[in-house]
Ligand binder design. Structure first.
Ligand SMILES: [Ca+2]
Ligand SMILES: [Ca+2]
Length: 388
């Protein structure tokens, strides 16, 4: 992605999404952090890109030290899957940077992506960054009790680009993951873009058991690579039998114009068996089976997940008679594998005979295999008379 386009997207993110709740200290001194974890800082080249993996629980704040050298631009990226995290920074001289105040730091552009399933990324690019130890703070905005895995990628902007492309982010156990890096581009004569076909590219995959497996990526038209010598390096990771979060970090190195370079990019993927949401007519209970016209009653639905994977964002749609016209309420709940979630909606009863429907839809994670059991309904008779 072109830098201009990237910055525009980030700016749009800020405008659309507003600020992220980040603690900001008025004091120029660095407030004490609960944990400061040194990054896996490469040496001696300070400008080398860094990848840090972490996990955060509700109420925690995590901090990581990263060394930033003499570079013209550095980018800090926080990545996770589902729910929401927040990223903030402290400069080497102790100045806090709160992204929720856009425009205060004129050479800084930050934002986060907030999809239906929660965020996936928060990033910040800084021009002419102060050299020294920066502190990257990670805080939870909305994370489940079991914690949230994340990664922090710190990369210096150079003329060489090696974007990592892994899609989708969620897989079923045993499903192969195609890891692509590229197209690798550098600036050629007259500002033209040149494809790099001579780099050495490896992927390090950290499995849920915390074992690192290395895979060489090729630009040879084989190994899952669709075309040889196009600057896109590919290989397929197949050891995905264990459910959980996998960290994928790709390192590309080589020599360009006589100068050695090393670029890194990283992402997380999630391997999970599919959930199977189910709801039966007997799972729908009214607070009053024979209400009067205008009476407010509660509808309680017990939604089951009879699958092996969690449904972290299950959209439960309550409606009467007609799906769109009769919408009552559409809450989103988590239904753990093998568990249930009790969901309640309120309805102002309308005279006549109606059907109350409850539909469960798994928004995120792996797609369900059985959708035939995701909706049920119960009839209800509402008296014409109003309650005395
Ligand atoms: Ca290729
Ligand atoms: Ca189902």
């Amino acid at each position: 992605m072109k830098l201009g386009l990237f910055l525009s997207l980030v700016l749009i993110s800020i405008i659309l999404l507003g600020g992220c709740a980040v603690e900001q200290s008025a004091s120029p001194t660095l407030s004490p952090s609960p944990t400061v974890t040194p990054g896996n800082t490469p040496s001696p080249a300070e400008e080398q890109d860094q990848v840090i993996y972490g996990k955060i629980y509700p109420g925690e704040e995590k901090s990581h030290e990263v060394l930033v050298g003499n570079v013209t631009r550095v980018s800090f990226e926080l990545k996770w899957i589902e729910h929401k995290l927040c990223l903030s920074l402290t400069t080497p001289s102790g100045k806090p940077i709160d992204f929720s105040v856009p425009g205060v730091y004129r050479n800084i552009c930050c934002g986060y992506d907030d999809g239906t399933c929660g965020g996936t990324q928060a990033s910040c690019t800084i021009d002419n960054p102060e050299q020294g130890k920066w502190i990257v703070h990670v805080s939870p905005v909305d994370v489940p009790p079991g914690g949230k895995d994340y990664l922090v990628l710190v990369s210096s902007q150079t003329e060489i680009n090696f974007p990592l492309d892994v899609y989708p982010q969620i897989y079923t156990p045993g499903q192969p993951i195609r890891i692509m890096s590229g197209p690798a581009l550098t600036l050629g004569p007259g500002g033209s873009r040149e494809v790099i076909t001579w780099a050495s590219v490896v992927a390090d995959i950290v499995t849920p058991a915390n074992v690192t497996e290395r895979l060489v990526l090729y630009d040879d038209g084989l190994h899952g690579d669709s075309q040889a010598d196009d600057g896109t390096y590919t290989n397929v990771f197949t050891d995905t039998s264990s459910p959980g979060i996998y960290g994928i970090s790709v390192t590309a190195s080589g020599t360009e114009n006589g100068v050695k370079f090393q670029k890194r990019d990283a992402t997380l993927v999630w391997v999970s068996p599919p959930p199977d949401l189910s709801i039966d007519a007997s799972d729908i209970v009214f607070s009053n089976d024979n209400p009067y016209d205008g009476e407010s009653i509660s509808i309680t639905a017990t939604v089951h997940n009879i699958g092996e994977g969690d449904a972290t964002f299950a959209r439960i749609r309550f409606y009467y008679d007609e799906r769109w016209r009769g919408e009552i309420s559409v809450p989103i709940v988590r239904v753990p594998a093998g568990g249930t979630a009790e969901v309640k909606a309120w309805w102002v009863a309308q005279a006549g005979d109606h059907n109350i429907y409850v539909n469960a839809e798994n928004l995120c994670s792996v797609e369900e295999r059985n959708l035939s059991n995701n909706e049920s309904h119960r009839p209800i008779h509402v008296s014409v008379e109003t309650k005395q």
